[in-house]
Every structure is written in C-alpha cells, then in structure tokens.
Design a binder for this molecule. Structure first.
Ligand code: SF4
Length: 185
C-alpha cells in the first residue's frame, strides 16, 4: 500500500439523474487503484449525505445543474471547500435535460403536473412544505453560479473518460481526453 498522502475527493448530484455517478462506478476494478490515491469525503458513492464537506477537499466533482435553492447552497459550499471543482456531465455544463423546462413558465409546469386532470392523482396540490427546497425559475449550468476549473462533457461521460480525466489530474497533468473519449451526448 502507498504511503503517499491521499487526495480528498467529494462528489454530489444537483439537478442530475445520477447517471454520471453510475458511469463513475463503471470504472469497475480501477476503483481499487483509485482508492490507493484518494479518499472520499461526502459522496453518493459512499452514501454520505450531509450538506457540507468535512473541511478542505482537493477535488470536487459536480453532477447536475442548479434547479433549486438547495442546489445553490450545496454548490457554493463545494466551491468554498474544493481546491479543484469539476463540472461532470452535460447537466452540470449546460443544464442538460432538466433545462428543457427553461422555455416554460415554472408556475404553469407545476399547475400542469399537480392540478390538472392529465397530471398526478385527482385532488393533488402543488407541494409547499417548508422542508422542500424552492425551485428556481430556470435551471442553470453550474458555471453561472460559481467558478469551475474543469469541464468533463458527456451524458454521461464514459467510465474511460472519467478514468482518463482522474488519472491525468492525479498525475499533475492537464486532463486531455483523446479520440473516442470526448463526446457531448
Ligand atoms: Fe444524467 Fe446525463 Fe445529466 Fe449525467 S449528464 S446527470 S447522465 S442526464
């Protein structure tokens, strides 16, 4: 086992589908090599769900765009604590699928889903529990809220692209996704 100090990594999903995290897990047995070099702080990969990270983080990976007030808080917390912050996947980079709602009025969407016959069960109302984060009028890419150091495109980025990206960064190189790894779909 290496005696080198491990880098601390945190990840989170904002307005995303967890597909980018599933792709991360698809690096399969290479995770064991990765765990020689890094330790995970807050991440869905280790089921730690608290809002903030545990102190300084070397590398933060964000999946998903910003669609509600809680996303803004979590994203700012990551930016404050992460030396390097990465937008992972199309939703983080440009809003992705959730941003399809941006050309519609938010109130009209909620009414259509909760209060019309074609929506959910009869008698449902638009939820207004104070515990629910307030939705934003638009879904935003994360670079519109905080500074981002790297963009890792794809929906999702492939496991090989994530692996290449991480191994470049961990080796102190500027990440370079060669032919076949860089895609936007
Ligand atoms: Fe899911 Fe694609 Fe968005 Fe990743 S980029 S969170 S896979 S929809």
């Amino acid at each position: 086992m290496s005696t080198q100090k491990k880098l601390r990594v945190a990840t989170t999903s904002l307005a995303g589908c967890f597909g980018c995290h599933m792709s991360f897990l698809d690096i399969d047995e290479r995770l064991i090599d990765l765990l020689e070099l890094v330790e995970f702080d807050r991440s869905p990969l280790n089921d730690i769900k608290r809002c903030g990270t545990q102190g300084p983080i070397d590398l933060g990976l964000i999946e998903g765009g910003v669609c509600n007030a809680e996303n803004v808080l979590v994203l700012r917390e990551f930016r404050k604590n992460c030396k390097i912050l990465v937008a992972m996947g199309a939703c983080a980079i440009n809003g992705g699928l959730p941003a399809q709602r941006n050309h519609l009025d938010l109130r009209s969407i909620l009414e259509a889903v909760y209060e019309t016959e074609g929506g959910l069960a009869r008698g449902t109302r638009i939820p207004n529990d104070p515990e629910l984060p307030l939705p934003l009028n638009k879904v935003h890419p994360i670079h519109e809220v905080v500074k981002i150091d790297y963009f890792l495109p794809g929906c999702p980025p492939s496991a090989d692209a994530i692996w290449q990206f991480l191994t470049d960064l961990l080796a102190g190189r500027t990440p370079h996704l060669g032919h076949g790894l860089l895609h936007y779909d």
